[in-house]
Design a protein around this ligand. Structure first.
Ligand code: ACO
Length: 323
Protein backbone atom coordinates (compact mmCIF):
# COMPACT_ATOMS: atom_id res chain seq x y z
CA UNK A 1 0.00 0.00 0.00
CA UNK A 2 0.98 3.65 -0.40
CA UNK A 3 0.98 6.14 2.46
CA UNK A 4 1.42 9.93 2.33
CA UNK A 5 4.12 10.83 4.84
CA UNK A 6 5.17 14.27 6.03
CA UNK A 7 8.63 15.16 4.72
CA UNK A 8 8.83 18.82 5.74
CA UNK A 9 7.04 21.89 7.00
CA UNK A 10 7.59 25.59 6.39
CA UNK A 11 6.09 28.99 6.87
CA UNK A 12 6.34 32.67 6.14
CA UNK A 13 4.93 35.79 7.75
CA UNK A 14 5.18 39.26 6.19
CA UNK A 15 7.52 41.59 8.10
CA UNK A 16 4.99 44.26 9.04
CA UNK A 17 3.14 43.70 12.32
CA UNK A 18 -0.10 45.57 13.02
CA UNK A 19 -0.99 45.68 16.73
CA UNK A 20 -4.44 46.08 18.29
CA UNK A 21 -3.41 49.49 19.62
CA UNK A 22 -2.52 50.67 16.11
CA UNK A 23 -5.88 49.37 14.84
CA UNK A 24 -7.72 51.23 17.59
CA UNK A 25 -6.42 54.48 16.04
CA UNK A 26 -8.18 53.59 12.76
CA UNK A 27 -11.53 52.26 14.01
CA UNK A 28 -13.52 52.48 17.25
CA UNK A 29 -12.09 49.44 19.04
CA UNK A 30 -9.60 48.63 21.80
CA UNK A 31 -6.90 46.10 22.60
CA UNK A 32 -9.02 44.97 25.56
CA UNK A 33 -12.13 44.28 23.42
CA UNK A 34 -10.19 42.39 20.76
CA UNK A 35 -8.18 40.27 23.22
CA UNK A 36 -11.21 39.42 25.34
CA UNK A 37 -13.45 38.42 22.40
CA UNK A 38 -10.87 36.78 20.14
CA UNK A 39 -7.49 36.30 21.85
CA UNK A 40 -5.84 38.25 18.99
CA UNK A 41 -3.05 40.69 19.93
CA UNK A 42 -1.44 41.39 16.56
CA UNK A 43 -1.42 40.33 12.90
CA UNK A 44 1.12 40.41 10.04
CA UNK A 45 0.23 42.45 6.94
CA UNK A 46 1.73 41.89 3.47
CA UNK A 47 3.64 44.83 1.98
CA UNK A 48 2.35 46.76 -1.01
CA UNK A 49 3.03 44.56 -4.05
CA UNK A 50 3.71 41.46 -1.93
CA UNK A 51 1.28 38.91 -3.33
CA UNK A 52 -0.19 35.62 -2.11
CA UNK A 53 2.18 33.77 -4.48
CA UNK A 54 5.17 35.55 -2.87
CA UNK A 55 4.07 34.47 0.60
CA UNK A 56 3.41 30.95 -0.70
CA UNK A 57 6.80 30.82 -2.44
CA UNK A 58 8.62 31.73 0.79
CA UNK A 59 6.66 29.09 2.73
CA UNK A 60 7.42 26.55 -0.03
CA UNK A 61 11.16 27.29 0.07
CA UNK A 62 11.14 26.99 3.84
CA UNK A 63 9.38 23.58 3.63
CA UNK A 64 11.76 22.34 0.90
CA UNK A 65 14.74 23.32 3.02
CA UNK A 66 13.24 21.61 6.05
CA UNK A 67 12.72 18.44 3.98
CA UNK A 68 16.17 18.56 2.36
CA UNK A 69 14.51 18.58 -1.08
CA UNK A 70 14.58 20.87 -4.11
CA UNK A 71 11.72 22.10 -6.29
CA UNK A 72 12.71 19.46 -8.89
CA UNK A 73 11.52 16.79 -6.44
CA UNK A 74 7.95 18.15 -6.42
CA UNK A 75 5.33 16.97 -8.92
CA UNK A 76 2.15 18.29 -7.30
CA UNK A 77 1.46 21.76 -5.90
CA UNK A 78 -1.89 22.47 -4.26
CA UNK A 79 -2.60 25.84 -2.69
CA UNK A 80 -5.57 26.46 -0.45
CA UNK A 81 -6.32 30.15 -0.97
CA UNK A 82 -9.22 32.51 -1.21
CA UNK A 83 -7.06 35.52 -2.10
CA UNK A 84 -5.45 34.40 -5.36
CA UNK A 85 -3.03 36.85 -7.02
CA UNK A 86 -5.21 36.92 -10.10
CA UNK A 87 -8.53 35.48 -11.26
CA UNK A 88 -6.38 33.14 -13.33
CA UNK A 89 -3.96 31.42 -13.64
CA UNK A 90 -4.04 29.70 -10.28
CA UNK A 91 -1.68 30.90 -7.58
CA UNK A 92 -0.23 27.37 -7.62
CA UNK A 93 0.76 27.81 -11.30
CA UNK A 94 2.49 31.08 -10.41
CA UNK A 95 4.32 29.46 -7.50
CA UNK A 96 5.40 26.60 -9.77
CA UNK A 97 6.85 29.18 -12.19
CA UNK A 98 8.57 31.07 -9.35
CA UNK A 99 10.09 27.78 -8.14
CA UNK A 100 11.56 27.36 -11.64
CA UNK A 101 9.87 24.07 -12.51
CA UNK A 102 7.40 23.13 -15.23
CA UNK A 103 6.67 19.43 -14.63
CA UNK A 104 3.84 17.79 -12.71
CA UNK A 105 0.62 19.65 -11.91
CA UNK A 106 -0.42 22.63 -9.85
CA UNK A 107 -3.83 24.00 -8.90
CA UNK A 108 -5.67 25.97 -6.21
CA UNK A 109 -8.41 24.87 -3.88
CA UNK A 110 -11.07 27.30 -2.76
CA UNK A 111 -12.53 26.31 0.59
CA UNK A 112 -11.76 29.56 2.45
CA UNK A 113 -10.46 28.89 5.98
CA UNK A 114 -10.74 25.12 5.43
CA UNK A 115 -8.58 25.36 2.29
CA UNK A 116 -5.50 23.73 3.79
CA UNK A 117 -7.39 20.74 5.22
CA UNK A 118 -9.13 20.31 1.83
CA UNK A 119 -5.73 20.58 0.10
CA UNK A 120 -4.09 17.99 2.40
CA UNK A 121 -6.98 15.59 1.81
CA UNK A 122 -6.77 16.11 -1.97
CA UNK A 123 -2.98 15.67 -2.06
CA UNK A 124 -3.29 12.52 0.09
CA UNK A 125 -5.75 11.06 -2.44
CA UNK A 126 -3.50 11.91 -5.42
CA UNK A 127 -0.49 10.32 -3.72
CA UNK A 128 -2.34 7.20 -2.57
CA UNK A 129 -3.74 6.64 -6.08
CA UNK A 130 -0.30 6.93 -7.66
CA UNK A 131 -0.97 10.17 -9.54
CA UNK A 132 1.95 12.02 -7.94
CA UNK A 133 5.02 11.28 -5.85
CA UNK A 134 5.69 14.42 -3.84
CA UNK A 135 3.20 17.16 -3.02
CA UNK A 136 3.79 20.68 -1.86
CA UNK A 137 0.63 21.54 0.06
CA UNK A 138 0.30 25.23 0.87
CA UNK A 139 -2.15 27.49 2.64
CA UNK A 140 -1.50 31.12 1.65
CA UNK A 141 -3.55 34.29 2.04
CA UNK A 142 -3.45 38.07 1.79
CA UNK A 143 -6.77 38.64 3.54
CA UNK A 144 -5.75 42.26 4.18
CA UNK A 145 -6.69 42.91 0.52
CA UNK A 146 -10.35 41.91 1.02
CA UNK A 147 -10.85 43.61 4.37
CA UNK A 148 -12.98 46.70 4.74
CA UNK A 149 -10.59 48.60 7.03
CA UNK A 150 -13.44 50.85 8.20
CA UNK A 151 -15.51 47.89 9.48
CA UNK A 152 -14.47 47.16 13.08
CA UNK A 153 -16.50 43.95 13.20
CA UNK A 154 -14.20 42.26 10.65
CA UNK A 155 -10.95 44.24 10.29
CA UNK A 156 -9.67 43.25 13.74
CA UNK A 157 -9.90 39.52 13.00
CA UNK A 158 -7.62 38.76 10.05
CA UNK A 159 -3.96 38.69 9.03
CA UNK A 160 -1.70 37.58 6.15
CA UNK A 161 0.71 34.63 5.92
CA UNK A 162 1.53 31.27 4.37
CA UNK A 163 2.41 27.80 5.59
CA UNK A 164 3.34 24.62 3.73
CA UNK A 165 3.96 20.93 4.20
CA UNK A 166 5.50 18.38 1.86
CA UNK A 167 3.75 15.02 1.57
CA UNK A 168 5.56 12.09 -0.04
CA UNK A 169 4.13 8.85 -1.39
CA UNK A 170 5.80 5.94 0.38
CA UNK A 171 5.28 2.34 -0.73
CA UNK A 172 5.14 0.06 2.32
CA UNK A 173 4.16 -3.52 3.17
CA UNK A 174 0.46 -4.01 3.89
CA UNK A 175 1.15 -4.70 7.57
CA UNK A 176 3.68 -1.85 8.09
CA UNK A 177 2.80 0.69 10.81
CA UNK A 178 0.61 3.50 9.50
CA UNK A 179 2.33 6.84 8.98
CA UNK A 180 1.42 10.20 7.47
CA UNK A 181 -2.17 11.15 6.67
CA UNK A 182 -4.29 8.46 8.34
CA UNK A 183 -7.79 9.72 7.55
CA UNK A 184 -9.72 12.87 6.72
CA UNK A 185 -13.29 14.10 6.79
CA UNK A 186 -14.51 17.05 4.71
CA UNK A 187 -17.90 18.77 4.69
CA UNK A 188 -19.65 21.66 2.94
CA UNK A 189 -23.08 23.14 3.52
CA UNK A 190 -23.70 25.95 1.04
CA UNK A 191 -27.00 26.94 2.66
CA UNK A 192 -24.89 29.02 5.05
CA UNK A 193 -23.03 30.92 2.31
CA UNK A 194 -24.39 34.36 3.20
CA UNK A 195 -23.21 34.21 6.83
CA UNK A 196 -19.60 34.64 5.72
CA UNK A 197 -18.80 35.81 2.20
CA UNK A 198 -17.14 38.43 0.02
CA UNK A 199 -19.55 40.96 -1.48
CA UNK A 200 -17.69 41.07 -4.80
CA UNK A 201 -16.28 38.72 -7.41
CA UNK A 202 -15.84 38.36 -11.15
CA UNK A 203 -19.26 37.03 -12.03
CA UNK A 204 -21.33 38.65 -9.30
CA UNK A 205 -20.10 42.21 -9.53
CA UNK A 206 -16.83 42.63 -11.45
CA UNK A 207 -15.32 44.03 -8.24
CA UNK A 208 -13.03 42.47 -5.63
CA UNK A 209 -15.34 43.19 -2.69
CA UNK A 210 -14.93 42.88 1.07
CA UNK A 211 -15.43 40.17 3.69
CA UNK A 212 -18.91 40.31 5.22
CA UNK A 213 -19.72 38.19 8.24
CA UNK A 214 -22.44 37.49 10.76
CA UNK A 215 -19.94 36.79 13.55
CA UNK A 216 -22.42 35.37 16.05
CA UNK A 217 -23.89 32.99 13.46
CA UNK A 218 -20.42 31.71 12.52
CA UNK A 219 -19.55 31.28 16.17
CA UNK A 220 -22.79 29.41 16.85
CA UNK A 221 -22.06 26.75 14.20
CA UNK A 222 -18.28 26.47 14.55
CA UNK A 223 -17.77 24.24 17.60
CA UNK A 224 -20.42 21.68 16.60
CA UNK A 225 -19.18 21.39 13.02
CA UNK A 226 -15.53 21.05 14.06
CA UNK A 227 -16.40 18.38 16.63
CA UNK A 228 -18.41 16.36 14.10
CA UNK A 229 -15.55 15.97 11.59
CA UNK A 230 -12.98 15.28 14.32
CA UNK A 231 -15.20 12.55 15.78
CA UNK A 232 -15.66 11.14 12.27
CA UNK A 233 -11.88 10.97 11.72
CA UNK A 234 -11.33 9.38 15.14
CA UNK A 235 -13.99 6.78 14.36
CA UNK A 236 -12.48 6.01 10.92
CA UNK A 237 -9.08 5.35 12.51
CA UNK A 238 -10.29 3.72 15.72
CA UNK A 239 -8.47 6.45 17.71
CA UNK A 240 -9.46 8.43 20.78
CA UNK A 241 -8.85 12.05 21.78
CA UNK A 242 -6.62 10.77 24.62
CA UNK A 243 -4.23 9.30 22.04
CA UNK A 244 -3.70 12.66 20.31
CA UNK A 245 -0.33 14.29 20.93
CA UNK A 246 -1.35 17.59 19.36
CA UNK A 247 -4.52 19.39 18.39
CA UNK A 248 -3.84 21.98 15.67
CA UNK A 249 -7.07 23.88 15.06
CA UNK A 250 -7.81 26.64 12.58
CA UNK A 251 -6.86 29.87 14.33
CA UNK A 252 -9.95 32.06 14.01
CA UNK A 253 -10.75 32.83 17.59
CA UNK A 254 -9.43 31.64 20.95
CA UNK A 255 -12.97 31.14 22.23
CA UNK A 256 -13.83 28.77 19.35
CA UNK A 257 -10.56 26.84 19.95
CA UNK A 258 -11.28 26.59 23.70
CA UNK A 259 -14.90 25.59 23.03
CA UNK A 260 -13.89 22.78 20.66
CA UNK A 261 -11.17 21.55 23.04
CA UNK A 262 -13.61 21.47 25.92
CA UNK A 263 -16.32 19.65 23.93
CA UNK A 264 -13.83 17.04 22.70
CA UNK A 265 -11.93 16.71 25.98
CA UNK A 266 -8.59 17.87 24.54
CA UNK A 267 -6.46 19.67 27.16
CA UNK A 268 -5.03 23.14 26.50
CA UNK A 269 -1.45 21.78 26.86
CA UNK A 270 -1.99 19.69 23.72
CA UNK A 271 -3.51 22.54 21.72
CA UNK A 272 -1.35 24.71 19.45
CA UNK A 273 -2.42 28.37 19.58
CA UNK A 274 -1.01 31.08 17.30
CA UNK A 275 -4.10 33.27 16.93
CA UNK A 276 -2.64 35.76 19.44
CA UNK A 277 0.29 36.55 17.12
CA UNK A 278 -1.07 35.72 13.62
CA UNK A 279 -4.82 36.45 13.95
CA UNK A 280 -6.99 34.55 11.45
CA UNK A 281 -4.91 33.89 8.32
CA UNK A 282 -7.68 31.72 6.79
CA UNK A 283 -6.19 28.75 4.87
CA UNK A 284 -2.69 29.63 6.13
CA UNK A 285 -3.49 29.33 9.82
CA UNK A 286 -3.16 25.55 10.24
CA UNK A 287 0.13 25.10 8.32
CA UNK A 288 1.56 28.17 10.09
CA UNK A 289 0.65 26.62 13.45
CA UNK A 290 2.24 23.31 12.33
CA UNK A 291 5.37 25.22 11.32
CA UNK A 292 5.61 27.15 14.61
CA UNK A 293 5.08 24.03 16.74
CA UNK A 294 7.55 21.92 14.72
CA UNK A 295 10.19 24.62 14.82
CA UNK A 296 9.97 25.04 18.59
CA UNK A 297 10.21 21.26 19.08
CA UNK A 298 6.67 20.54 20.29
CA UNK A 299 5.49 18.49 17.26
CA UNK A 300 7.98 15.66 16.71
CA UNK A 301 8.29 12.73 14.32
CA UNK A 302 5.86 9.99 15.30
CA UNK A 303 3.40 12.33 17.05
CA UNK A 304 -0.32 11.93 16.40
CA UNK A 305 -1.61 15.30 15.17
CA UNK A 306 -5.23 16.32 14.54
CA UNK A 307 -5.72 19.31 12.24
CA UNK A 308 -9.12 20.93 11.69
CA UNK A 309 -10.71 24.02 10.15
CA UNK A 310 -14.05 25.64 9.50
CA UNK A 311 -14.86 28.58 7.28
CA UNK A 312 -16.94 30.25 4.58
CA UNK A 313 -19.38 28.12 2.63
CA UNK A 314 -19.66 26.79 5.26
CA UNK A 315 -16.81 24.35 4.74
CA UNK A 316 -15.24 22.28 7.49
CA UNK A 317 -12.86 19.36 7.79
CA UNK A 318 -10.28 17.48 9.81
CA UNK A 319 -7.30 15.21 9.13
CA UNK A 320 -5.42 12.91 11.46
CA UNK A 321 -1.69 12.77 10.71
CA UNK A 322 1.02 10.50 12.15
CA UNK A 323 3.82 13.08 11.87
N1 ACO B 1 -14.36 46.65 18.84
C1 ACO B 1 -15.26 47.09 19.72
N2 ACO B 1 -16.55 46.75 19.66
C2 ACO B 1 -16.94 45.95 18.67
C3 ACO B 1 -16.04 45.45 17.70
C4 ACO B 1 -14.70 45.84 17.81
N3 ACO B 1 -13.76 45.43 16.96
N4 ACO B 1 -16.71 44.68 16.84
C5 ACO B 1 -17.99 44.66 17.24
N5 ACO B 1 -18.13 45.44 18.34
C6 ACO B 1 -19.33 45.71 19.11
C7 ACO B 1 -20.58 45.48 18.31
O1 ACO B 1 -20.89 46.60 17.53
C8 ACO B 1 -21.59 45.24 19.39
O2 ACO B 1 -21.99 46.47 19.91
P1 ACO B 1 -23.51 46.73 20.36
O3 ACO B 1 -23.76 45.75 21.45
O4 ACO B 1 -23.47 48.14 20.80
O5 ACO B 1 -24.31 46.46 19.13
C9 ACO B 1 -20.80 44.51 20.47
O6 ACO B 1 -19.41 44.79 20.19
C10 ACO B 1 -21.01 43.02 20.48
O7 ACO B 1 -20.91 42.55 19.11
P2 ACO B 1 -21.08 41.03 18.75
O8 ACO B 1 -20.88 40.86 17.31
O9 ACO B 1 -22.35 40.53 19.36
O10 ACO B 1 -19.84 40.45 19.58
P3 ACO B 1 -19.45 38.97 19.81
O11 ACO B 1 -19.29 38.71 21.24
O12 ACO B 1 -20.28 38.02 19.01
O13 ACO B 1 -17.97 38.96 19.20
C11 ACO B 1 -16.89 38.16 17.22
C12 ACO B 1 -17.77 39.23 17.84
C13 ACO B 1 -15.53 38.25 17.87
C14 ACO B 1 -16.74 38.40 15.72
C15 ACO B 1 -17.52 36.77 17.47
O14 ACO B 1 -18.84 36.75 17.08
C16 ACO B 1 -16.78 35.70 16.80
O15 ACO B 1 -15.67 35.36 17.13
N6 ACO B 1 -17.39 35.04 15.81
C17 ACO B 1 -16.76 34.03 15.05
C18 ACO B 1 -16.43 34.64 13.78
C19 ACO B 1 -15.04 34.32 13.31
O16 ACO B 1 -14.13 33.97 14.01
N7 ACO B 1 -14.91 34.50 12.04
C20 ACO B 1 -13.69 34.31 11.40
C21 ACO B 1 -13.93 33.83 10.03
S1 ACO B 1 -14.74 32.32 10.08
C22 ACO B 1 -13.66 31.25 10.57
O17 ACO B 1 -12.51 31.39 10.33
C23 ACO B 1 -14.20 30.12 11.33
Amino acid sequence: RIQSVVRGVGGYLPAHILTNDELSKRVDTSDEWIVQRTGIRQRHIAAEGEMTSDLALNAAKSALENAGLTAEDIDLIIIGTTTADRTFPSTAALVQQKLGISHGMAFDIQAVCSGFVFAVTTADTYLKTGQAKRALVIGAETFSRIIDWTDRTTCVLFGDGAGAIILEAQEVAADAPENGVLASSLRTDGTHWDKLYVDGGVSASKTVGFVRMEGREVFKHAVGMISDVIEDVLEKTGSTTEELDWFVPHQANKRIIDGAGKKLGIPAEKTIVTVDKHANTSAASVPLALWVASRDGRIKKGDLVMIEAMGGGFTWGASLIRW
